[in-house]
Design a binder for this molecule. Structure first.
Ligand SMILES: NC(=O)c1ccc[n+]([C@@H]2O[C@H](COP(=O)([O-])OP(=O)(O)OC[C@H]3O[C@@H](n4cnc5c(N)ncnc54)[C@H](O)[C@@H]3O)[C@@H](O)[C@H]2O)c1
Length: 331
């Protein structure tokens, strides 16, 4: 197998590229470097600078490198930005995917892994979110991920491509400090950012119907997430794709949550961050933000069953590794 990893110079993509290469898989990366950093990739992983919207380039890359599988992570990922610029998000996330799938089908590639998100679920009122929980995304970003899944499955059925969609929950941490997330879009870097500015971390709402009143989430270490991709790629590479949930056109498809299956409240997370950073200043409690679900925790059962994968790293390890990365990038 030769795997093309789109978005492989990004935060998660670079972890996936490294994990797959270290496990002996042949990988190359396509990234337009709009958010990616080439230095995240170790020597030996070829990087093609280009866009998933460039069909001619994709055809050439798939042919020249004799690609047999694709891991598609390239996307725009900011919820707020997607509300302000929905057409851009549909063009890049769904249009780019359609262009890529055309090239994949044309090149005879038969293995496709798609980076989806827990954002497809929206705000479900359940204890554990299973893959059967109805999807009701609450932002254009989440909609592009759900539409992307539909498109991936439809193209899989039409062209006999085995597909896996991984719905990531809240990702943080770094396998090595230089691979850390440099954006400030998720709660862990947002808290680090506040502390670095000598400001108190904020909690948005402490009157939710949860044990301590703050929102509960499922946080996963990015190194565990990268291992989930390796497990999914290996499942796709195995000829019969055991456990395939659809046989149409000879293709199988699987859609699976990637989380730890355990809820951590924002207050618990902030306490942990205080312990790790040594900065235990009191937090500020502000009003709820519109659209925040009280609780979003994955059922991790299907990933264990279908991929033989479960998260191995604790939330503390995740925070510690994220903090080492933050310190490196913000020294
Ligand atoms: N970070 C999270 O918490 C999270 C959660 C759920 C899902 N995801 C998904 O995981 C994927 C990776 O996210 P990330 O956090 O690593 O983001 P990131 O912005 O660090 O990585 C995305 C990469 O894709 C590249 N890219 C963007 N558009 C491109 C295009 N049209 N063609 C080629 N390259 C392009 C960027 O340069 C960047 O390197 C995305 O699909 C995102 O939606 C992320």
């Amino acid at each position: 197998m030769t795997w093309l990893i789109t978005g492989g110079a990004g935060y998660i993509g670079a972890h996936v590229a490294r994990a797959m290469a270290e496990a002996g898989e042949r990988v190359l990366v396509l990234d337009d470097l709009s958010a990616g950093v080439p230095a995240r990739l170790p020597d030996g992983i070829p990087l093609v600078q280009g866009s998933s919207l460039d069909g001619e380039l994709l055809k050439r890359v798939l042919a020249e490198h004799a690609v047999t599988g694709v891991v598609h992570l390239a996307a725009r990922k900011q919820v707020g930005e997607s509300v302000a610029q929905p057409t851009r998000y549909y063009q890049e996330n769904v249009g780019g995917l359609a262009t890529l799938l055309d090239a994949v089908a044309g090149a005879g590639v038969r293995r496709f892994l798609f980076s989806s998100s827990a954002a497809v679920y929206g705000n479900p009122d359940v204890d554990l979110i299973t893959e059967d929980t109805p999807c009701a995304p609450m932002s254009p970003y989440g909609e592009t991920k759900l539409a992307g899944e539909w498109l991936v499955r439809a193209a899989g059925r039409a062209h006999g491509i085995d597909t896996v969609c991984l719905r990531y929950f809240n990702v943080a941490g770094a396998a090595a400090p230089e691979l850390a997330d440099t954006g400030v879009f998720n709660v862990v870097p947002m808290v680090f950012d506040r502390l670095t500015r000598d400001e108190a971390p904020r909690i948005f709402g402490d009157d939710y119907p949860t044990p301590d009143g703050t929102c509960v989430r499922d946080y996963i270490h990015v190194a565990d997430l990268a291992e989930a991709h390796l497990a999914a790629a290996r499942r796709l590479a195995s000829s019969d794709a055991p456990g395939s949930t659809s046989g149409a056109g000879g293709a199988g498809d699987l859609t699976v949550n990637i989380g730890r299956g355990e809820g951590v409240s924002v207050r618990e997370l902030l306490t942990l961050i205080g312990e790790v950073t040594g900065d235990t200043r009191p937090v500020l409690v502000e009003p709820r933000r519109p659209g925040d679900a009280p609780r979003a925790v994955a059922s991790a059962a299907l990933a264990a069953e279908e991929l033989g994968w479960s998260a191995r790293r604790s939330v503390r390890e995740m925070v510690e590794s994220a903090w080492r990365g933050w310190q490196l990038h913000h020294a």
